[in-house]
Structure formats: C-alpha cells, structure tokens
Ligand binder design. Structure first.
Ligand SMILES: [Zn+2]
Ligand SMILES: [Zn+2]
Length: 340
C-alpha cells in the first residue's frame, strides 16, 4: 500500500503513512481545566469517590492522569508530569506522554490547569456535626473511676480508633466527655463500639452491657438506633497487689478466660478464672507501691532499708532475679514483700 498523501510505501492508517497520519493531529487531550476538591477541615483531596491525604502536587498529577484521554488505537505507556504553581489555588500541569500506535512509538504533549476547590468531606462534616452512633461509657465497678484507669482507657481507645480510622473513613472519635463517675466516648459507628467494648472487657476483665435506643428513621425508612456500651472497669488493675484466699498476690496478667497471679510469699504463678476474679480485693494499687533501697543481695534474698522506719530487714526475692539499687515493695499486714 502507498500513502495517498506522500506516496511512501508503508503500513497505512486511513490510507496515510504514519507520518502523514500524525501530522498536526492531537493524540492526547485534557480538559481546559480540572477542579480538584480539597476538604477545608482535614485538607485531604477527593480522588474519584475517595478522599485521600496527599501533597497538592501529587493530587494535581493524579487528577490530570485520570482525565487524560488518548485517540482511539493509541496505548499510553508513560506520562511524565510537570506541575507549576500559579497561585495557591491554580496549578498548571504539563503532561508528556509516551505511547504506542500500531507498532509505532509516539509522543504527545497536553496541558491543563488544576483548580483547587474548597469542600468538606463526609467524615469531617459528620465529625463537625457531632455525628455519633455509639457511646462507650467507661465506669468503675465500685467507686469513682480512677484518673489512671480513665486516662489509660481513653488513650487506648483513641489509639485504636486512629489505627482503624486510617483504613476506614467511617471510623472516628466524635467526642470525649468527662462525666460524673467516669468518661463517655462518642463513636461514629455501632460496630466500632461493640468491638471496643469487647476489647476492653478482654484486656481489663471489665463487665459490659449494651442498650439500644431508637432515635429515628434513616432516609430510606429503616429504624435508626444509637447504642450505648457500658464498660464497668474492675477495681483491680494490672500490677496491683491483690488479696486472694487471704494471701497477697501481684496481678500479672488478664486475658479472655482468666487472670494470672504471682504469690508474693513464694513467687509462684497461679491462674484464676475470670468468673472468680470479682473475689479479688485490691490491697495496694500499682501506683502506690513503695520503693526500698537495697543494702545487699544474695541469691533468693536481699537486705533492704524498711521504706518507713529505715531499719534493715531481709526479704525473699525470686531465685535469679535481677535486683537494682531500689526495689518495689508492698506492706501487707506489717510484713514487707518484694514485688516482682
Ligand atoms: Zn505519507
Ligand atoms: Zn475532611
């Protein structure tokens, strides 16, 4: 076949050789401008149906790449992009495209302006509107929730939500409210509330109770509920000295099925069923343990200064335990115990 334009003997498109076919033809095109939505609250960018955290130049490149079109039959192999900031809302993007058209390597250029448009993503609009579906009510089983347990729980829940929320935009913490007797944490999702109540129950041996309240109808006519998960933290806490069957123990572990105790008189480990843990009496909170200065060490025993009257006393320690200059001790009925 010969090119009807120049007569050269080559594979032809529409009767033309590749050179004549490409002459003056625009192979790739971009719209005159592209609007790129940015959330004014979290500053994430909308990419398709998603909101993503990106640098503005990267977001502009992605927006351009999504809108780049090539003529029929051309395969785009690579796109190089150059972004020039015109002002803080307008970015000129030049695309340098390499491709292939019926076995021929081709290159093409196109450019457009990416305009940043302010918007608010759904997550932020919900968060700003105090949207919540579930409440975690953190309370104590006995008296007031201690500051220590409250802070630790709030820290744990906040950290978990940050983790899960980085993968799922429906997940966020709406509000933390200190209330009489404890703290309320308002959450964006019912399933999140359920999962966190269970985690806290497993970690701390907390009792949980859930209650649902009908709050209206969804736009498609379904009943809409809000769930409240009451999490009753036990008095005992990891590291506390507890009395069990009349003897002192350190509470060294809590898991789904049971708790682990270390006897202070013999340093033996015992496990206790979760259902029996309510019988544990807290003797000394971990934060209230006393420090004693070590005078001398021998295997299985050390000499310390009594933390209150500074007399020299001998106390048992686990065989092979590493002993520093001070040790934690507990005073149980006028006997000083080493706390492992
Ligand atoms: Zn030709
Ligand atoms: Zn946002």
């Amino acid at each position: 076949m010969f090119c009807v334009n120049c007569g050269s003997e080559e594979t032809t498109f529409d009767g033309l050789c590749i050179k004549c076919f490409l002459n003056g033809k625009q192979l790739v095109s971009l719209p005159h401008h592209i609007d790129l939505e940015r959330c004014t609250s979290c500053e994430e960018f909308r990419v398709g149906h998603q909101w993503l955290k990106k640098k503005v130049t990267e977001a502009a490149k992605d927006a351009v790449e999504n809108r780049l079109s090539a003529i029929h039959g051309m395969r785009v192999i690579s796109v190089g992009m150059q972004v020039t900031e015109q002002d803080e809302r307008n970015f000129l993007v030049k695309a340098d495209v390499e491709g292939e058209l019926s076995g021929n390597a081709v290159t093409a250029l196109a450019e457009t302006v990416v305009r940043i448009k302010n918007n608010v993503c759904q997550k932020c609009s919900r968060q700003l509107g105090n949207y919540y579906e579930a409440t975690l009510q953190i309370r104590s089983g006995t008296k007031e929730l201690s500051d220590e347990v409250r802070d630790e729980t709030v820290r744990y829940v906040t950290g978990r939500i940050e983790n899960i929320g980085s993968l799922n935009r429906q997940i966020f913490l709406t509000k933390v409210e200190e209330v009489q007797g404890g703290v309320d944490m308002l959450l964006s999702s019912i399933s999140l509330g359920k999962a966190l109540a269970k985690e806290l129950s497993d970690m701390y041996g907390a009792e949980t109770k859930e209650a649902a309240k009908l709050i209206g109808k969804t736009s498609d006519g379904n009943d809409m509920y809000r769930l409240t998960y009451l999490v009753r933290m036990p008095e005992y806490h990891l590291g506390d000295i507890v009395i069990y069957n009349g003897k002192p123990y350190k509470l060294s572990g809590i898991s789904k099925g049971n708790g682990r105790l270390i006897g202070l008189s013999n340093f033996r480990e015992t496990s206790i069923r979760r259902s029996d843990m309510h019988s544990l009496k807290v003797h000394t909170k971990k934060g209230d343990l006393m420090k004693a200065t070590v005078v001398s060490r021998s295997n299985g025993e050390i000499q310390i200064l009594h933390p209150v009257n500074y007399s020299t006393i001998d106390i048992k320690v686990p065989i092979g335990a590493e002993i520093g200059d001070t040790v934690d001790v507990a005073d149980v009925d006028d006997t000083i115990f080493f706390v492992p």
